[in-house]
Design a protein around this ligand. Structure first.
Ligand code: CP
Ligand code: NVA
Length: 340
């Protein structure tokens, strides 16, 4: 084991052993499963995912080579939309695990046009061990999973962005020391990221209050489901949706935002810029939250829209931690699903 950083070799060995304990456990609940949404991810799966990812971060920081596939497992990245973080973190992560990845760019495959989703799923399953798909319609990733014979991961759909949640939860845990009982405010569009956040927070005991303009609220299913989870699983999370950003950020430890116009909604961007103008993270809005509150953003960011340049600059380190944690969490998820 070589250690190019200031992580102690014993710490790296301990972390590698912890990651290996979960990854090589054939009865771990991740093994062989698909990840289409947060709704289907249990509290135990989140806990194992975060613990494995935190351990893999230490292993990575020590440049330790102890967590590797015994055979170069291959991930197919089937993308209908652009990506920086999801694609690069998956490709780097698979390489670091001794596996491989194949990127299929928007336009390469023509899923549902050049050939059916069923045939794409069937053929890809004969070559790769795992598929991650970024799609416009959530139904496409569900259909892919139905026809694939290997696990399928939703790498963002119009409905959910589950991979982002693991990076966000890990970042909050690292910043706050714990998840349960902390409070996240979300300011902006009731989109795929918020819909996944409502469920992720409810399941981990994070209070979440989202401020969205009328007409741009999340699908009511996610509020109802998040409140049901918090109540039935007794996680203690309080989940609310309001329209006033000032109300949402009261006592919040972090304020999260995302673009006003998601991929696929570009023709609405002019009207959205008007409607969402009051839904912007500013240093002043952060001042109205709990002392020490920080900003979060899944990126890409549009400065001067959902977050000001000054708020972004002040909280850039945490926001880049979120981006970095895509690497560690996706390595954990791929390894937990596939085993080594
Ligand atoms: N946050 C996120 O998913 O980034 P990309 O769109 O660059 O993958
Ligand atoms: N809501 C955004 C997230 C980008 C990572 C989108 O879907 O474009």
């Amino acid at each position: 084991m070589t250690n190019n950083t200031n992580v102690l070799p014993e710490a790296a060995e301990h972390a590698a052993a912890l990651a290996l304990k979960h990854i090589t456990n054939p009865t771990n609940p991740w093994r062989g499963r698909s990840l289409l949404d947060m709704v289907s991810v249990s509290a135990e799966e989140i806990a194992i995912g975060l613990e494995t990812a935190a351990a893999l971060k230490i292993v990575h920081d020590a440049r330790c080579n102890a967590v590797k596939f015994s055979y170069p497992s291959t991930l197919g990245l089937l993308f209908e939309k652009p990506s920086l973080r999801t694609r690069t973190s998956f490709e780097a992560g698979m390489a670091q695990l001794g596996g491989a990845s194949i990127y299929l760019a928007p336009g390469d495959v023509g899923m549902g046009k050049r050939e059916s989703v069923e045939d794409v799923a069937g053929a890809l399953s004969r070559w790769v061990d795992l598929i991650a798909a970024r799609v416009f319609a959530h139904s496409t990733v569900v259909e892919l999973d139905y026809h694939a014979t290997v696990p399928v991961i939703n790498a963002l759909s119009d409905r959910e962005h589950p991979l982002q949640m693991f990076a966000d939860l890990l970042t909050m845990q690292q910043q706050l020391g714990t998840l349960k009982g902390t409070k996240l405010a979300y300011v902006g569009d009731g989109n795929n990221v918020l819909q996944s956040l409502l469920i992720a927070c409810a399941r981990t005991g994070v209070h979440i209050s989202a401020a969205c303009p009328d007409g741009y609220l999340p699908d009511p299913f996610f509020l109802t489901e998040a409140q049901r989870i918090a109540s039935e699983e007794k996680t203690g999370a309080v989940v609310t949706i309001v329209t006033d950003p000032q109300e949402a950020v009261q006592n919040a430890n972090a304020i999260y935002t995302d673009v006003w116009t998601s991929m696929g909604q570009e023709e609405e961007s002019a009207i959205r810029r008007v409607v969402f103008a009051p839904y912007c993270i500013t240093p002043e809005l952060l001042q109205a939250a709990a002392p020490g509150a920080f900003a979060m953003h899944c990126l890409p960011a549009h400065l001067g829209e959902e977050i000001t340049a000054s708020a972004m600059q002040l909280h850039r380190t945490v926001i880049l931690d979120q981006a970095e944690n895509r690497l560690h969490t996706q390595k954990a998820i791929a390894a937990l699903i596939l085993g080594l």
